[in-house]
Design a protein around this ligand. Sequence first.
Ligand code: DGY
Length: 329
Amino acid sequence: MADRPRVFVTRRLPGVAPLARLEEVATADVWEHARPPAAAEVTARAEGCTALLPMLTERIDGALLDACPTVHTVANMAVGYDNIDVSAATERGVLVTNTPDVLTDTTADIAFALLLAAARRVTEGERKVRAGEWGTWQPDWLLGRDVHGATLGIVGPGRIGRAVARRAAGFDMRVLYSGRREVADFPGEYVSFEALLERSDFVSVHVPLTPETAGLFGADVFRRMKPTAIFVNTARGGVVDQQALRDALVRGEIAAAGLDVTTPEPLPPDDPLLEAPNLVITPHLGSATAQTREAMADLAVDALCSVFVGERPRHLVNPDAWSHWRGRR
Ligand code: DGY
């Protein structure tokens, strides 16, 4: 069994089937702890491996790939791959794959859950009930904003943005979107980023974290939004200047925010962001349903099953690496 591939899996996989399938074709070394391995532990465990199956919590860069020259594939269990230095992988002939599609609707669901919760003050209301602060029904108590009939601005009309737009139709919302270019048959009106900020009652972010989008939502952007606007981020914490968001909420420059992603993750309980009013926050649950997480693990395993028989994997993030793939040497 000297040629049996070895894979470092950086966390226990959801469901039983994905790991069982992986173990049919490879020896899987699974990190059994709830907390992610530190960078040095990833490097130590990756040594001698054929492939890695990391989560978005592990940084995979050129230094790691140089230290582990046997690693020819990184099958990220996420659609986002900002945790991986893809250029470094491509230069070294290492394939990188991700897990798109299977989490689109699940992530759109949580964007909508945050939008509704922030608009209708759901978590704030629950906190008041539990704290014994539910005095009586009052005509002017905990008034939120209507979702139905409002204007939703989607920044990033990709798969998840489109799925959010579909949900908005059920709430009779008007949908605007902005992005690098107009998208044929996107269910909404294409506008500039600035027009979207000025016209939207809700702004929902669906862009990947790249050097171009890092810190995109800063003080000027929040100032441009309506004072009644609600900001929702289920993409990556890094697209937001968190201090600017906190200030915008404290000063009432926007009405509320719903966040599933932050910088850092986990967000420490004493982070100043948590002092902001009208903030609904969840711990990066975008894809967190049993069905979707298992489907993501399955896709990552599919990618490894393909490469182990020399086939190009379906969701290859860096097709340029294929021509000089390390695994073919
Ligand atoms: C992803 O796959 O990028 C998501 O953020 C995971 O929840």
